[in-house]
Design a protein around this ligand. Structure first.
Ligand code: MN
Length: 500
């Protein structure tokens, strides 16, 4: 479901020019090959890094970029100028490059060889100024890119490249992706709305509505045998509430939930969808609101958000791709209720049901309880606490003239007491820089109540992703101060009015 990152390629393209002669150019190619293979072999870099022949002219640059654009496996391009590469020769290639770009400002030699350094060495190892020429043309052409500075064997450089590779993989995953919206938006809700046409232009994914009856028809095709098998899986993977067990008073609810899960999964797989939304206001023909179904499908890698929130569903999917293989999970989330105890203020995050068990601590409990809204049969859901530690919430909002990716770094904490009567999965976190400033900044920035909550991504992944997407990135973190944050929003507003 989630693409294997090691099956994806990043191209390593080194710029030079003919001026230096065959001997030097041979060295440039050797060094570039060594760097590319070292990056590719590094445990820190999740994708393949593929060496491409050194480019020395406008024609070669253009050809390399055309090939990168057309290669389905290429998720991005890393450029490095070992020697000086006059940047006018990059213009036509950069103009058409449609893949994410990382400018790796590195140098083959880590240290200056004090005793042996001569002009030949200087002419070969001159990325310190060669990369400045490349920096100028990318700045002049206003090209979105990440600049990573550091030696290529330095773990810090590798981590920055890792972050960008993950963002590029998620970006690639969005191109042509399909998301299904069962029913429409929750009535009257504003923040979950947005311009789906603009989203498809900007992000590459499409969102289309299907009537709930289309889903019900698929759910109704599910066989009793398939339901038996999934019920067995539930039994193995979760702590089942007694009444849900075979012979229990609510066992039929468990079977109904399994049938819904199988039906949605079939609908998604058959339709080649990477995620979905539903709304409790349009469930005609479904017995229950999909609870455990949405939870388990998220854990399999599908994007999901409730109440027709397609932007968050797509973001959940992207963040699952970005976090692929990392410890911890990513889930649809909602800021639900507050704990305003002085010196221990925190947010309780949850949803009516649909939190992804990839963020669970321990074995989830599988339970059935009434749902106060929607007027359907009691839905089955997984109930759990989550692992404490550093995390973040991310939200994409449609500001009318642009999309804004808003991120708040948080620290998840253990519940200070048991929550015996709360029948949903939940997280407790303390927003940075503190509850008052963090929440005020979120509100000022128009951040949604729906987010993707991540245990394994950092602000850097999301900043890289926003850079690739060409959208606004707004961070609320340890250093956020409200007065300057308000100014940042105002300046940003002006920037996007001028540039879009
Ligand atoms: Mn909600």
């Amino acid at each position: 479901m989630i693409p294997q990152l090691k099956s994806l390629d990043v191209w390593f393209i080194t710029g030079s020019q003919d001026l230096y002669g065959a001997e030097t150019l041979k060295k440039v190619a050797e060094h570039s090959t060594e760097i590319a293979s070292s990056l590719s072999a590094s445990k820190t870099i999740p994708v393949n890094v593929v060496f491409k022949p050194v480019v020395k002219s406008s024609e070669e640059v253009l050809k390399a970029m055309q090939e990168a654009n057309n290669d389905k496996n290429c998720i991005g391009v890393i450029c490095w100028m070992h020697t000086f590469s006059p940047a006018k020769m990059w213009i036509n290639g950069l103009k058409i490059l449609s893949k994410p770009l990382l400018h790796f400002h590195t140098q083959f030699n880590r240290d200056i060889p004090w005793n042996t350094i001569d002009m030949d060495f200087m002419n070969l190892n001159q990325s310190a100024h060669g990369d400045r020429e490349f920096g100028f043309i990318t700045a002049r052409m206003n090209i979105n890119r990440k600049v990573v500075v550091g030696h290529w064997q330095d773990e810090e450089s590798l981590e920055k490249i890792n972050s960008w590779c993950r963002a590029a993989a998620a970006w690639q995953d969005w191109q042509g992706a399909r998301f299904v919206r069962f029913g429409d938006n929750m009535r009257y809700v504003a923040v979950t709305e947005g311009d789906k046409v603009e989203a498809e232009i900007k992000f590459g994914y499409s969102v289309n509505t299907y009537g709930i009856a289309d889903l019900v028809a698929v759910v109704n095709q599910i066989s009793e045998k398939e339901i038996d098998q999934l019920v067995d899986t539930y039994q193995k993977e979760y702590q089942l509430q007694a009444e849900l067990l075979k012979g229990g008073a609510a066992h039929s609810s468990l079977r109904a939930a399994a049938k819904i899960e199988l039906g949605i999964e079939k609908f998604l797989v058959d339709g080649n969808f990477k995620g979905f939304t539903d709304t409790f206001e349009d469930l005609n023909g479904l017995e229950q609101l999909p609870g455990i179904a949405a939870q388990r499908l998220m854990a399999k890698g599908f994007g999901f958000a409730g109440e027709g929130d397609w932007k968050t569903a797509a973001l959940v999917r992207a963040m699952k791709v970005m976090g692929s293989g990392l410890q911890g999970g990513n889930s649809f989330m909602e800021d639900y209720t507050y704990h305003f105890q002085p010196d221990n203020r925190m947010v309780l995050g949850a949803h009516m049901l649909e939190i992804c068990p990839s963020i669970a601590e321990g074995k989830p409990s599988c339970e059935v309880h009434p749902l106060g809204i929607g007027g359907k049969a009691d839905p089955v859901r997984l109930v759990f606490n989550t692992t404490p530690g550093a995390a973040l919430n991310a939200s994409i909002v449609d500001m009318g003239n642009r999309f804004r990716l808003l991120v708040n770094e948080v620290m998840a904490v253990k519940p200070i007491q048991a929550l015996p009567l709360l029948p949903v999965a939940r997280v407790l976190w303390k927003p940075y820089p503190n509850m008052h400033t963090g929440c005020a900044a979120w509100i000022l920035a128009g951040g949604a109540h729906h987010t993707c909550y991540s245990q394994n991504l950092t602000r850097e992944h999301l900043e890289d992703f926003a850079e690739i997407a060409g959208i606004e990135f707004t961070l609320i973190g340890k250093n956020t101060e409200l007065s300057s944050f308000k100014n940042e929003l105002k300046w940003s507003d002006v920037y996007y009015k001028i540039s879009h």
